[in-house]
Design a protein around this ligand. Sequence first.
Ligand code: ATP
Length: 401
Amino acid sequence: MESKLEKIVALAKRRGFVYPGSDIYGGLAGTWDYGPLGVALKNNIKNLWWRMFVDSRDDMYGMDAAILMNPKAWEASGHVAGFADPLGEKMFNTMFRTNVGAGEEAQTTYLRPETAGGIFVNFKNVVDSFHPKLPFGIAQIGKAFRNEIAPRDFLFRTREFEQMEIEWFTRESEWEKWFDFWRERMREWVVEIGLEKSHVHETEVPEKDRAHYSRRTIDFDYDFPFGRGELYGLAYRGDFDLSAHAKASGAELSVLDETDERVVPHVVEPSFGVDRTVLAVLDSAYAEDEMGGEKRIFLRLNPAIAPVKAAVFPLVSNKEPIVAKAREIYSSLKPLVPSIQFDDIGNIGKRYRRQDEIGTPACITVDYQTLEDDTVTVRDRDSGKQERVAAKELDIHLTIG
Ligand code: ATP
């Protein structure tokens, strides 16, 4: 029997969410490529995160730093010496090494193993441009790379992945308050993206298992189909990074407090993996039931992140007035719901199945009655129930539905 993970991987490939990386060449371990629906789902997740944690706050600064950084930054942060996993007798540094420049001039550096580094080296730039008062945060979404010894479990452990990270700068005396504050926000996020609550567990990470920079860490673990694993992390990094970069670079990485004293802020870091989020979202949403005497697979995605929000079908594809009316309704909704799809391929049952499998919350069907009274049916993905709605009220129906 197929395991749940195998079913999710198969659906992801069949429907264009995620393909194995370099598929026609037999793949490349630890890499996955997002297809048309996967990139839409991933963008919806990232946009929701950015709205919730950056745009809706006055105390958060967004940024997008280069992936390639001066190697001195990774020496100062302790990653060159300490970012390693055990491999046989010796430790193996999991940073990807690369060369910048040619010939004698070539300089060895690393693909960043976490996005946080780009934030710390820009701390002074942001402070000089915006003069923020403590506490404030800098947030970034971007790729990170780790030469994992054993990449596995689909999107869970890959060698190239994306992170959504916040470095929250606070006075040392207030770090615990802000640690609790961000823990609460992370809980809200988990609900917002529709994860199955009973699958999420918070665990205090003991000192021996913490990253070299962390003085307290809570992992948000998730019950993935293959077992429990880290979904997100919340770490108190103290003043480790700013102090280390100040020492190594000679830059002044401090702020003036209200008494005009220079203080090096302490850091609370909520860190979210995008790809593990996609996997947890697919796992929580994946459902099977029986409808009309047939087995059905559907994704109960939260409409806020569903890659396709609605689909419009003509009941039959060979009756011109019905097709024309469906096209007209589709075009009128497209500006309002950009991810809407038009589908007239195959029979209506097949079209419903296809939309169910990609998690489309609403299917709108134009039928013979539409031509008489300008109403359409709207079918709910989860219950399969249909209701008749006036075509001119569809915009309201879709935006609040
Ligand atoms: P793990 O213990 O599973 O290796 P970690 O503790 O090394 O993870 P962090 O350094 O805390 O992970 O990275 C922050 C987040 O980045 C993780 O919570 C996870 O969501 C994501 N992440 C880390 N490594 C990977 C990976 N190899 N593939 C996909 N996502 C990852």
